[in-house]
Design a protein. Sequence first.
Length: 90
Amino acid sequence: MKIILEESFSLALIDILHYIAKDKKSAAMQFRHTLQKKIHLLKQSPFMCKQSLYFIDKNYRDLTYLGYTIVYKVDHDNIKVLDIFKYENR
């Protein structure tokens, strides 16, 4: 399986990392590193996360990490990472 990071995800992640880095740069780097590992694990088991609360389709999934929701779609041989956000911000 191939992981595709959509532009909406990448832009939202950059904003989150800038926000975390205001307090502590190393925390932002750790957040990014751990999140990359969790997303990489999806290759082995793309349906390991719960069905998305934001879509009816069972191919949309929500990965939760430190209060953030990462929405992704399992699409044939691809995993499309669509967005990342805090629940209270939606």
